[in-house]
Design a protein around this ligand. Structure first.
Ligand code: ADP
Ligand code: MG
Length: 380
């Protein structure tokens, strides 16, 4: 449905978007998650054809956003960070105007405006001037204009920013409703929002896509340090037996410690909660827990880690080191190829010299024969 390939945007010396690629499939809600200045709005502005990329391609339903802009734009409804509202129009006038802009069939305009007003619960506000609406209602009008033309994809840039908690809940509800008929991409700097509303999360930091997947898969891949440190009073054998009987343990070590205790280090599956089971089973064997520490990463921890400057710099460094290595390897290969080529040329040259000498031998022989003939003739 949407294919983004190698997207970059450079402002002067500053890289706002750095080689981002991803694909969006029908019927899901995707979330761009990243701190302020990460490059979310820039990416969305490029995807919707508002600004041009420095490098890369965007394809919407098979239409290139630059080469086939009109068709591509028909497939997208966009609510930018600052909604493009005309403050002195009424809600109805503005939405009528948007149907004209989007070249909606004249016969369908009235129906569409009424439908989007109904879906965003603003029918009662249609005669109000936009400037007199609350921020929450303005945002709904923004959503309504994005829905006009019934586009396949709706892109929403920070749709809940600046709203109060009640308005946030209402807009989130609306976004979930949108999923029934549209593919939705939204951006946010708030993890809980993206985790709650979106099926797929793309974490962006410093213009780069640092991770992507469902909340569950991100936790599984990156939140793998769900560990338990346990000190219990009991025999190594008994504790080991109990640990073996508990589901959700990836690996563990059990060591004897002082005072008749054992110390265990247990690594669990990311979504496993083994403490209740562990407690009960140890208690049933009269083994007391002296110390238990659980250390697990939440999605919040992962987000903070991934968007941390040091982490992004580490990735950048690793990538540039990899590039350097690849360059060095290529140079080596080139050099090796060159020396093989040189050897072959040398060999060819040697062959030619041999041939030459053979040729010149023949020539000398021929010359000698000619000379002989001449002498013979002269003698005659
Ligand atoms: P986000 O939406 O994630 O907060 P933006 O996409 O707005 O981030 O910005 C990404 C980076 O690009 C920021 O560092 C911002 O300052 C810079 N930037 C955005 N637009 C411009 C522009 N028109 N000129 C120069 N720098 C810009
Ligand atoms: Mg932004």
């Amino acid at each position: 449905m949407i294919k983004v390939q190698g997207l970059s945007k450079i402002y002067g010396e500053h890289i706002a978007v750095d080689d981002i690629s991803f694909e969006v499939k029908e019927g899901h809600i995707y979330g761009f998650l990243g701190p302020n200045g990460a490059g979310k709005s820039t990416t969305m502005n490029i995807m919707t054809g508002y600004i041009a990329a420095t490098e890369g391609d965007v394809e919407i339903d098979g239409h290139d956003i630059l080469k086939d802009a009109e068709e591509a734009k028909k497939c997208i409804g966009y609510l930018p960070e600052i909604p493009p509202l005309y403050q002195d129009m009424t809600v109805r006038e503005y939405l009528d105007f948007v149907t004209e802009l989007k070249k909606v069939d004249k016969k369908e305009r009235k129906n569409q405006v009424e439908e989007v007003m109904k879906k965003t619960f603003i029918t009662d506000m249609q005669k109000r001037l936009i400037k007199n609406l609350s921020k929450g209602y303005k945002q709904r009008v923004g959503l309504a204009q994005a829905m006009i033309g019934n586009p396949d994809v709706i892109i929403l840039d920070e749709p809940t920013v600046g709203l109060d908690p009640k308005q946030i809940i209402e807009i989130r509800e609306l976004i979930r409703e949108l999923k029934k008929d549209h593919t939705v991409i939204l951006s946010s700097h708030i993890l809980s929002e993206v985790a709650e509303v979106c099926d797929e999360i793309m974490i962006i930091a410093k213009g780069r896509m640092v991770a992507s997947g469902t909340a569950e898969s991100l936790l599984n891949e990156l939140g793998s340090n769900n560990t338990i440190e346990l000190t219990a009073k009991g025999s190594k054998k008994e504790v080991t037996e109990i640990l073996k009987s508990i589901n959700g343990i990836k690996s563990c070590t059990v060591d004897n410690a002082s005072g008749g205790c054992v110390e265990c280090f247990i690594s669990c599956n990311s979504d496993a909660e083994i403490r209740d089971d562990l407690n009960k089973k140890l208690a049933s064997k009269n083994i007391s827990i002296y110390r238990l520490v659980n250390d697990s990463k939440s999605l919040e921890d992962i987000f903070l880690e991934l968007t941390d400057d040091a982490y992004v710099e580490k990735i950048e460094k690793e990538e540039s080191e990899k590039e350097e290595k690849e360059k060095a390897l290529k140079a080596k290969q080139k050099k090796a190829k060159k020396s093989i080529a040189e050897e072959i040329v040398e060999e060819l040259k040697d062959d030619e010299t041999v041939e030459e000498t053979e040729e010149s031998k023949e020539e000398t022989q021929k010359e000698a024969a000619d000379d002989n003939e001449n002498i013979n003739k002269e003698e005659e």
